[in-house]
Ligand binder design. Structure first.
Ligand SMILES: NC(=O)c1ccc[n+]([C@@H]2O[C@H](COP(=O)([O-])OP(=O)(O)OC[C@H]3O[C@@H](n4cnc5c(N)ncnc54)[C@H](O)[C@@H]3O)[C@@H](O)[C@H]2O)c1
Length: 113
């Protein structure tokens, strides 16, 4: 199965790498160009036990990909996970505007993140 993960931080990268390990093709999308460039070159931006080994194995196997182009990833995918920040507002409750904006761009077939 082809899967997109939008937001490649602690949740997104671990989820994406694990889904690739299970045999899926996973497209990890992030707004941070530097982070994406690093991951394309095999640099794991976070530490989780055993993650680096699994990450490198799945890049090598061409099941784990990184991009800043949302549309390019979504066009290939059957399943989409959003693993985006949900920062707290002044009232302390989380805000999900990044998820709404990302979904809206997908609906409009927009290739920006
Ligand atoms: N980390 C945890 O243990 C944990 C546990 C439970 C829930 N969560 C929730 O999971 C979500 C993700 O958390 P996290 O810890 O992975 O966050 P994170 O900050 O580690 O990662 C978020 C990633 O999203 C990227 N990003 C920001 N805006 C973007 C956009 N418009 N398009 C694409 N990428 C974008 C950032 O560059 C970053 O790489 C949050 O809602 C958080 O509350 C996290």
């Amino acid at each position: 199965m082809n899967i997109t993960i939008v937001g490649t931080g602690y949740v997104g990268l671990v989820t994406g790498t694990t889904l690739a390990e299970l045999g899926n093709s996973v497209y990890c999308v992030d707004i941070d160009e530097k982070k994406v460039e690093g991951m394309k070159n095999g640099v794991v931006p976070i530490y989780e036990p055993n993650l680096e080994e699994m990450f490198l194995r799945n890049i090598q196997a061409e099941r784990l990909f990184f991009t800043t182009n949302l549309k390019e990833a979504l066009d290939k995918s059957e399943v989409i996970y959003l693993a985006l920040p949900t920062p707290p507002g002044e009232d302390g409750f989380c805000r999900s505007f990044l998820c709404t904006e990302s979904s809206e761009r997908h609906r409009r077939n927009d290739d920006r993140i």
